[in-house]
Design a protein around this ligand. Structure first.
Ligand code: FUB
Length: 304
């Protein structure tokens, strides 16, 4: 039976076939799986930077069987973000969480304001909805005191929410109950690999252990790695690799891990539909398993 299930998933990847999607954050809301990915498009002269990532908006997808996915359409576009630079096409990896019946969608975008280094750096915005598929209304200002990409929010059992993000290193801070402001100074998470870019944090809890998962770039490949701690702010101890580099030579990868209908799943991306241009990516799912000691068994990406 388990083998049959694996075959069923093997036949699914990539799961979205009519557009490019990347950086999938999967969440279970009201018994249904929702995926909030980035939306890769091809940059053209005057619209993004040719040869680089180009993202103008976000869609959300949902499914109750991980096989048939509904595209709920655009939930946030760069034109809706008052504080953002609407010419930058940099709507990178997002997240969405539920709190007290509201859905908070976190996304990075280039700020229209030049920062202290003279650049239009990345800030993190929040858009709020009453339903997981929207409509989402972006806040007029980004989260203060945060510069970076790849926001991830983890809400612990005691109700405390934490915001994680990346800017070479991985940062964490507490969020206030309003989910819109930091409630502590940003901390760089220690004990992660010294060398190489660390991005895409995604934190989850299982059996009292907190798993900080992240893609780690070294020598132009990106591995999905993880560290385990006993508190959402650490300390964390590097533990292992979840997925080795893409067999298709996709430079990036980006993960979320979620429990649904008695099974853990890894969501990630690769460039199966665009083998010659790895900035046009496609999201995939594979089952994920734990060892008895809580460590994660490495996942081999399945193909169609
Ligand atoms: O999709 C743009 C960037 O590539 C993401 O923000 C990173 O995590 C990497 O996947």
């Amino acid at each position: 039976m388990a083998w049959g299930c694996t075959i069923a998933l093997l036949s699914q990847n990539p799961i979205i076939r009519d557009q490019f999607t990347a950086d999938p954050t999967a969440r279970v809301f009201n018994g249904r799986m929702y995926v909030y990915p980035s939306h890769d498009i091809l940059a053209e002269e005057g619209k993004g930077r040719p040869g680089w990532f180009c993202m103008e908006d976000y869609h959300v997808f949902s499914s109750d069987n991980l096989t048939q996915w509904i595209d709920h359409g655009v939930i946030v576009s760069q034109n809706d973000v008052l504080w953002g630079d609407s010419t930058s096409y940099s709507m990178w990896a997002p997240d969405c969480v539920e709190r007290n019946g509201k859905y908070y969608f976190y996304f990075p975008a280039n700020n229209r304001v030049v920062d202290a280094t003279g650049r239009k750096g990345f800030s993190i915005g929040v858009a709020i909805a009453d339903h997981p598929e929207g409509p989402f209304v972006p806040q007029s200002e980004p989260i203060q005191n945060v510069r970076g990409i790849d926001p991830n929010v983890f809400i612990d059992k005691d109700g405390q929410a934490y915001l994680y993000w990346s800017m070479q290193n991985i940062y964490v801070a507490k969020l206030k109950d309003n989910m819109l402001e930091l409630d502590s100074e940003p901390l760089i998470i220690a004990n992660l690999p010294d060398k190489g870019l660390k991005e895409g944090p995604f934190v989850f809890e299982r059996n009292g252990l907190y798993y900080l998962t992240f893609p780690h770039v070294e020598n132009n490949i990106e591995r999905l790695e993880y560290a385990i701690g006993k508190h959402p702010m650490g300390p964390f101890e590097m533990t292992g690799v979840i997925m080795d580099e893409s067999p298709l030579n996709c430079w990036t990868n980006h993960q979320s891990i979620v429990h649904y209908n008695h099974q853990w799943y890894l969501f990630y991306h690769q460039n199966e539909y665009s083998p010659n241009f790895d900035k046009n990516r496609s999201i995939c799912i594979d089952s994920l398993f734990f060892n008895a000691d809580g460590t994660i068994r490495k996942v081999l990406p399945s193909r169609r």
